[in-house]
Design a protein around this ligand. Structure first.
Ligand code: PGA
Length: 250
């Protein structure tokens, strides 16, 4: 039985005071470990948010990570830095970086390998553009993103991997995938993952859905057998709506 996992991606929002009070509100609303829960604040708030969440049932993730252990990489952070900031997770390949900043698959692959090797759990995002869905290329796109992004990942790293399916047309648009679309695509991702890493690993893989998840649609989507949680953007910026989504996962 896979445990549901809800992560909040705060993107480039919140002030320091706002981040701390949001983290506190989430910690107060999540009172046990029935669902795995994490928040991913902006990098500059990782340390103070991790401080607020110490001893709570809520983990911390970074929104990005570099693949190198150290070096001349202006503006980047290594997996060890992210870990030492108090994180257990790192989002990799979010569409706002994959498409928005044209991060190549090869980079994402290196990041997944480096992050998992360092002990972080990678939340590896995949998803098709609207034009790709309309052209019936969704499966081909996802197959490629999974094969390229996870190439050469060692069996020992699979326990440190979560896949987030985020159809790009659903991110921040209010257009959520129907439960049937989500199930069909998650089923395909699990099957594809099974071809890459075997059926047992596929049966254990946590696959989050992301894209306009709100308190009023979360339960219906997460009821689908292959939907193991959610990566939440907008609705994670208010403690009460995020906590409601966590409750919907129970
Ligand atoms: P959204 O963002 O919930 O605001 O659509 C999801 C995401 O980008 O992870």
């Amino acid at each position: 039985m896979r445990k549901k996992f809800i992560a909040g991606n705060w993107k480039m929002y919140t002030t320091l005071a706002g981040a701390k009070s949001l983290a506190l509100g989430v910690a107060q609303g999540v009172t046990d470990d029935a669902v795995t829960v994490a928040v991913c604040p902006p990098t500059c708030w990782l340390v103070p948010v991790a401080e607020v969440l110490k001893g709570s049932h809520v983990g911390v993730g970074a929104q990005n990570v570099h693949y190198a252990a150290e070096g001349a990489y202006t503006g980047d952070l290594s997996p060890a830095m992210i870990l030492e900031s108090g994180c257990q997770y790192a989002i990799i390949g979010h569409s706002e970086r994959r498409h928005g900043l044209a991060e190549p698959d090869l980079f994402l692959n290196r990041k997944v390998k480096a992050a998992t090797a360092a002990g972080l759990t990678a939340i590896f995002c995949v998803g098709e553009l609207l034009a790709e869905r309309e052209a019936k290329q969704t499966e081909a796109v996802l197959e490629f993103q999974l094969a390229a992004g996870l190439a050469g990942l060692e069996a020992g790293a699979l326990g440190k991997l979560v896949v987030a399916y985020e159809p790009v047309w659903a991110i921040g648009t209010g257009k959520v995938a129907t439960p049937e679309q989500a199930q069909e695509t998650h089923g395909f991702i699990r099957k594809t993952f099974g071809k890459l890493f075997g059926a047992e690993a596929a049966s254990k893989l946590v696959i989050q859905y992301g894209g306009s998840v709100k308190p009023d649609n979360a339960a219906e989507i997460m009821k689908q057998p292959d939907v193991d949680g959610a990566l939440v953007g907008g609705a994670s910026l208010k403690a009460d709506s995020f906590v409601k989504i966590v409750q919907a996962a129970r």
